[in-house]
Design a protein around this ligand. Structure first.
Ligand SMILES: Nc1nc2c(c(=O)[nH]1)N[C@H]1C(S)=C(S)[C@@H](COP(=O)(O)OP(=O)(O)OC[C@H]3O[C@@H](n4cnc5c(=O)[nH]c(N)nc54)[C@H](O)[C@@H]3O)O[C@H]1N2
Ligand SMILES: Nc1nc2c(c(=O)[nH]1)N[C@H]1C(S)=C(S)[C@@H](COP(=O)(O)OP(=O)(O)OC[C@H]3O[C@@H](n4cnc5c(=O)[nH]c(N)nc54)[C@H](O)[C@@H]3O)O[C@H]1N2
Ligand code: SF4
Ligand SMILES: [Mo]
Length: 708
């Protein structure tokens, strides 16, 4: 390189910073951020040198300048100035606001004991310091525990039932596959990097891409074979596929004998699970099912990329286990470019004992279920597990008044006069609107943190790149300041900086320190091929893949704590892969099945505040089959009301023939205020916890629909 080029490179470098996307997305992209000056950013790009990100990120994060420099960002601590939800606020200093929070927490504890305080958080940032530090405060003060069930539970339970461990074939191997099956994830929208690797396989090897979903979404549109089935019926599809594999001698019997628990029992069980049987349940044709079975049965390098979406059904864990079982029957795990993948969360472990204050935890303290926040806050005794009511909350990185199921109940809870809530936020969200104290939060480029990618194998550093505006403070700051006021700041884990916490986590894993990591940007922790493909055996004690599901015995990362126990009806879950009718089946009063799938330009409720995302999404709509629309007398674009026993919501009808009759889809989590009556789509979703480990069945709702 000549001198000139070197200088040019250096200058270009000065204007680019390195980071990681902190949002709740399996991709956890490594980012290159353009700077305009010390406080402003330009475009955000995907890091080309990262082998998973491979230079590609989604459009909403590419235009992050719109979010971080948004005129509506919260800049000052606010204290409620009128009735809850009235939108009247008084500015406060940080000192005064934090003093008030601490005073209220201590008073609540005095009255009801420490379990009356419920710190509530989720993955608005996935940073291990900023997200999980709230646990340290919880454990130090013995506040109520948090069972974080809303997102991954149903899926993880089914995966771990089969494999015994939350890991799988290297997702980069999709590029070396001859058939990529994208099952129940709208990857184009929700984790674009899956498509990068799948499309590479198609371009370079002529691989087939199969997509299985309940509507012709953006990912199905990219598929060579798109299977659009009825919601909650993936177990039936999987069974029929395995039936064909056995019937047509496409099952790998040697592999089955060596690596699985009961192939003969499975084969017998499947004898009646014919394509005809599954066709009736799924709405797919016998030809579609057989063609898919033959494709995966004759393609050794088949890669099953199993998503979260299809498991957001009350039978979702069983369906995940059934879909995963197909890979065991074909034996594709043996080949590079073959196997299955859902999440690497089981292998990307950093030691977070100090940041989370794990050793301070008192096992006698009850846990409350995140997804059941409506029941918890309205005093449901089962949801409170016999303990005191919740009368004080600290909320970070989540927007439950928008995203949690049974929204009417959630709101009623938040509006209680005897509940004190402090919400630490970047924007005035639906949840912040109902708070007593709102604290302004920094964004990821304004603080230090470290991130693990569930959808790949990297740990990525996200150092502070720019100064925040005057006002917002980090989650870490809030936890530390509260710990001083609540008398626990002398305990281990407190009194350290973000960088010190990151140093500890990296050093314990032998990955260097914050400073060395700042140079390297990420570490690739991909397990060895034989471990990732379970060729040294599956992670159950006998080393076998389990077709026999032990729904009450399994110990998985997401099993509810003892104070919660299992959710029923466990006995109705199938012993072998099967279709089980635990879903909200349509009936005469509720002839439609509603899924609330993600929107491309939002990430849960995040980005709905940015003008471009908002403009691209338009308005809350209901995808409705034209024949169904005709049957209920609704015209394209007209107002349509949908409802069930939990409530009613009005949307605008959008004719869409790419779904089965009787299925409707409402994409995206809009601010509640974007809907008539100020109530969002989660008015319709249920918080009854599915068997066996709970979770939220966001895509499993029976509704009626009529002209509004
Ligand atoms: N743009 C965008 N990206 C996101 C998010 C977002 O809201 N928007 N959310 C982020 C989060 S928190 C997560 S956990 C991930 C989730 O990402 P995914 O794993 O993709 O899961 P979902 O978004 O819940 O749903 C994926 C698809 O499953 C479909 N589906 C619903 N029910 C069924 C069924 O019974 N069978 C089948 N086969 N398909 C079904 C839905 O219609 C949807 O198209 O995405 C993350 N990324
Ligand atoms: N109907 C329906 N509901 C759903 C889903 C669905 O598919 N359909 N998906 C569900 C799923 S999978 C999930 S994971 C949940 C997610 O639900 P949430 O966890 O509530 O996710 P977001 O809506 O993205 O809200 C995250 C909030 O964190 C804030 N935030 C981001 N970074 C920081 C930070 O560093 N500090 C602080 N203090 N705040 C920060 C953001 O401003 C944002 O308001 O929603 C669930 N709800
Ligand atoms: S694809 Fe996911 S991880 Fe990557 S930039 Fe977009 S939201 Fe972030
Ligand atoms: Mo999620």
């Amino acid at each position: 390189m000549n001198q000139h080029a070197k200088i040019a490179e250096k200058q270009a470098d000065l204007r680019t910073g390195h980071s990681a996307c902190p949002h709740d997305c399996p991709s956890t992209c490594a980012l290159d951020v353009e700077f305009l000056d010390g406080t402003r950013i330009g475009r955000v790009h995907g890091a080309k040198e990262n082998s998973y990100t491979a230079g590609v990120i989604c459009a909403k994060v590419a235009r992050y300048a719109e979010r971080i420099h948004h005129p509506d960002r919260l800049l000052k601590p606010l204290i409620r100035g009128a009735a809850k939800g009235d939108g009247v606020w008084k500015d406060a200093s940080w000192e005064a606001a934090l003093d008030l929070v601490a005073e209220k927490f201590l008073a609540a504890e005095e009255k009801f004991g420490s379990e009356t305080v419920w710190p509530y958080f989720y993955a608005g940032t996935m940073g291990l310091v900023q997200r999980d530090g709230i646990e340290r405060l919880r454990h130090a003060r013995k506040y109520s525990g948090f069972f974080g069930s809303i997102c991954t539970n149903l899926a993880w339970t089914g995966w771990v039932m089969g494999t015994g461990s939350l890991r799988g074939a290297d997702p980069r191997e999709m590029a070396k596959s001859d058939c990529v099956v994208i099952w129940g994830t709208n990857a184009v929208v929700t984790q674009v990097n899956v498509m990068t690797h799948a499309i590479k396989a198609r371009k370079e090897r002529g691989a087939k891409i199969v997509v299985i979903d309940i509507y012709e979404n953006a990912t199905v549109k990219q598929a060579d074979m798109g299977l659009v089935l009825k919601p909650g019926t993936d177990g039936a599809l999987a069974c029929a596929v395995m039936h064909v594999l056995f019937r047509e001698n496409l099952a790998d019997r040697a592999y089955l004998e060596k690596f699985t628990d009961d192939p003969k029992g499975l084969e017998q069980h499947l004898a009646t699970r014919t394509p005809q049987w599954a066709s009736y349940i799924t709405g797919l044709s016998v030809e579609e099912i057989e063609a898919f079975a033959r494709l995966v049965g004759t393609t050794q390098r088949t890669f099953f990329r199993l998503g979260y979406g299809f498991a957001r059904q009350r039978n979702g864990s069983a369906n995940m286990h059934a879909a995963l079982s197909v890979a065991a029957v074909t034996g594709c795990w043996q080949y590079e470019g073959g196997g299955a993948f859902h999440s690497n969360s089981g292998v990307l472990k950093l030691n977070t004992d100090l940041v989370e204050g794990t050793r301070l935890r008192d096992p006698r303290v009850r846990h409350l279920d995140q997804s059941r926040i409506g029941a918890v806050l309205t005093g449901d005794e089962t949801a409170l597990h016999g303990g005191p009511p919740v009368t004080a909350m600290l909320i970070q990185n989540t927007n439950p008044v928008n995203v949690a199921p049974e929204q009417r109940l959630v709101k009623r809870g938040f509006l209680r006069d005897d509940l004190f809530t402090c919400v630490h936020e970047q924007f005035m969200t639906d949840t912040a609107m109902l708070a007593d104290v709102v604290l302004p939060a920094t964004m990821f480029m304004e603080h230090d943190d470290i991130y693990k990618g569930g959808g790949h194998q990297h740990v990525v550093l996200g150092p502070k790149l720019i100064d925040p505006p005057v006002g917002p403070r980090t989650n870490h700051f809030v936890i530390e300041e509260l710990s001083k006021r609540l008398g626990v700041s002398h305990l281990p884990g407190f009194g350290m900086t973000e960088r010190e916490h990151i140093d500890v986590m990296l050093e314990k894993k032998g990955l260097g320190t914050f400073s060395t990591f700042a140079e390297e940007r990420w570490a690739d922790l991909q397990p060895a091929f034989n471990d990732a493909h379970f060729l040294n055996g599956f992670a159950h004690p006998d080393g076998k893949f389990r077709f026999h599901a032990d729904w009450s015995g399994q110990v998985a990362p997401n099993r509810p704590p003892a104070s919660i126990g299992l959710y029923g009806p466990v006995a109705e879950l199938p012993e072998f892969p099967d279709h089980v009718e635990l879903i909200e089946t349509a009936d005469e009063v509720h002839p439609f099945r509603l899924a609330t799938s993600p929107a491309r330009n939002y990430l849960n409720s995040t980005f709905s505040e940015t003008p471009t995302s908002r403009a691209k999404e338009g308005r809350p709509e209901l995808l409705l089959h034209p024949d169904d629309a005709a049957a209920i007398g609704v015209e394209d674009g007209a107002r349509v009301e949908i409802g069930n026993e939990r409530g009613e919501v009005v949307l605008h009808a959008k004719f869409f023939a790419g779904l089965k009759r009787g299925v409707v889809v409402a994409e995206g989590l809009w601010p509640n205020s974007a809907h008539e009556r100020g109530e969002g789509i989660n008015v319709l979703t249920g918080a009854d916890a599915p068997a066996p480990y709970g979770g939220a069945a966001f895509h499993d709702n029976k509704v009626w629909a009529r002209r509004a």
